[in-house]
Design a protein around this ligand. Structure first.
Ligand code: ME8
Length: 531
């Protein structure tokens, strides 16, 4: 069986409910998954939840629940949010599932047998929020207190001489540097690659991979009382969900799905994914992921937006105002993927009105209305010779643009340049709007001798709409589906031959055309309230 095209998101902590930040990564992965499926790939798109560790255990205790009860109460909130955002993940892994626990233990047994683990006592500064140990030199001092260099919260000093198991990460410094050298695309974007390389060049210490001070984790199979360090547990989800450590059949799935084409992560967790994770895979002799793409942070007025900083708006709040498609479009296209970006209601309304209400939505409503009015609700029929003659006489600017879109759009999509890919589609939709102005079909309709010209102009416009809906579908599946239906076409989200569909002239003459309700009714900032 052919190799899958696999894409993952981080598995999110269940200490918070889904927010715009976690939705951002998930929608990005979904957009790519939808595009690749449309482009004929056998996609495996994985997301899930990180349910172990001290932080989760503490959240559960605060809420008067057992850790498992707490996880079970949060998991449906994530699943519902992903449904609300039309996320098409093929699997959803929870690290408390038996398939994961079994896989983690299989991994430990393998590394233990290969001699990559040893036991030693450990003390150091620990941040429960980041679930990470820091060295004296990494620690940040705030008002005389030792604080976490990542989240700036006070650290705890674990000095009970806790016996931990260690992974010989330091042995992988040279192999990792060689790997980055030979695989320049592994860490993306490039700025992140430089950051990773200089971190590894600075030296790697062995990594403590077990804890004995609490028990909410996966037990080590060879030492009772030790549970797996939550970050290692979490990273292993990528392979346990694909079938690693399972039955013969599950292992076959694993071999088909692994390695991934893309791990999507935020820039906050790049060291785990670009240093520790590849070292773990090397130790186990497993293939390396193709690419880790670390995107930037969404900021509101310059601050990272998250629940803990208290400025989180829920995805559902925004969907109520903008609709699912516009939500997805805005987040995926306004901030170049990889950069940090400020998001605001003002900007969201601006993009919505400019790109969607006034351009794409307006184009559909005008063209469908005219097809209904002038052609009795049918895609106009024009004889091929006549069409060629009119192309000579009048030119065909829409076709000229449309014929270049697939190549650049798909290249950009494959490189997760969502902003660039969307701009290719916008060119066609802006030009189609100005084409209508220029050709003024309402004047052609007044003159019977211009019947062929009218048919020509309307056909070209409808054909452009077909292509725009096709290309917008990975971000805006609902409205693309509606536009396709209005053109008498099938379900655009089920297309698997994007390149064939991108050929100009595929819209069948005579297809029924119906008006559709406004895809994106105009919005006024002043009318919007999130309460
Ligand atoms: O780190 N802007 O989980 P987490 C953009 N469980 N993306 C954001 C964001 C923001 N303001 N806030 C969060 C964990 N994210 C671990 C992962 S994976 C093996 C284990 C996104 O719930 C971004 O993808 O803290 C970031 O990396 C992730 O949420 C962190 O999610």
């Amino acid at each position: 069986m052919a190799q899958s095209y696999s894409i993952t998101t981080p598995i999110y902590y269940v200490n918070a409910i889904p927010h715009l930040g976690t939705a951002y990564t998930t929608v990005a992965a979904d957009s790519l998954a939808r595009f690749e499926r449309m482009d004929g790939k056998d996609v495996f798109f994985l997301t899930g939840l990180d349910e172990h560790g001290q932080k989760v255990a503490e959240s559960a205790a605060k809420n008067g629940m057992t850790p498992q009860e707490w996880c079970d109460s949060i998991a449906p909130k994530f699943q519902q949010t992903w449904k609300d955002l039309l996320i098409t993940n093929d699997d959803f892994i929870r690290t408390t599932e038996p398939r994961h626990m079994r896989g983690v233990q299989a991994f430990w047994t393998d590394l233990y047998n290969k001699g990559y683990l040893y036991k030693a006592s450990y003390s150091g500064w620990y941040c429960i929020h980041e679930e990470t140990y820091y060295t004296e030199s990494e620690v940040e001092e705030i008002d005389g207190e030792k604080c976490c260099p990542e989240c700036h919260r006070p650290l705890r000093f674990n000095d009970d001489g806790e016996e931990n198991w260690f992974f010989k990460l330091s042995e992988f410094q040279e192999p990792l540097l060689k790997f980055y050298e030979e695989h320049p695309d592994f860490v993306q974007p490039n700025t992140r690659r430089n950051e990773v390389i200089s971190f590894v060049k600075g030296g790697l210490k062995d990594l403590s991979i077990s804890r004995t001070t609490f028990d909410w984790g996966v037990p080590l199979p060879f030492d009772e009382g030790h549970v797996t360090y939550v970050w290692i547990d979490a990273l292993l989800n990528y392979i346990t969900a694909m079938g690693y450590g399972g039955s013969e059949e599950e292992v076959k799935n694993f071999e088909r799905r692994w390695p991934v084409q893309y791990h999507f992560v935020g820039k906050d967790i790049i060291r785990f994914h670009c240093v520790i994770w590849p070292a773990m895979l090397m130790a186990a002799g497993l293939p390396m992921p193709e690419k880790v793409f670390a995107h930037g942070f969404l900021l509101t007025k310059g601050q990272k937006m998250s629940k803990s900083t208290g400025n989180a708006v829920s995805p559902q709040d925004l969907i109520k105002v903008f609709g699912i498609d516009a939500y997805r479009y805005y987040f995926m296209t306004d901030v170049p993927f990889g950069n940090d970006g400020s998001i605001s209601m003002e900007r969201m309304v601006q993009v919505y009105n400019a790109d969607l209400a006034n351009t794409w939505g307006n184009l559909c409503s005008r063209a469908f209305n005219m097809a209904v009015k002038y052609f009795d609700g049918k895609v106009p029929q024009i004889d091929a010779d006549k069409y060629a003659q009119l192309e000579q006489e009048l030119g065909n600017p829409l076709r000229e643009i449309a014929e270049g879109v697939y190549a650049s759009y798909s290249e950009k999509f494959n490189n997760v340049d969502f902003t660039g890919a969307a701009a290719e589609v916008s060119k066609l939709s802006s030009r189609a709007n100005s084409y209508i102005e220029e050709m003024a079909p309402w004047n052609l309709a007044k003159d019977e001798s211009k019947a062929d010209e009218l048919a020509y102009v309307i056909y070209n416009t409808l054909e452009s709409i077909r292509l725009i809906a096709l290309y917008y579908a990975p971000w805006m599946p609902q409205t693309s589906k509606t536009a396709y239906e209005s053109l008498g076409l099938g379900d655009v989200t089920e297309v698997t031959t994007l390149e064939d569909e991108s050929v100009w002239g595929k819209l069948p003459a005579g297809n029924p055309v119906t008006k559709c309700p406004a895809l994106f009714p105009r919005l006024q900032l002043d009318d919007i309230s999130l309460d």
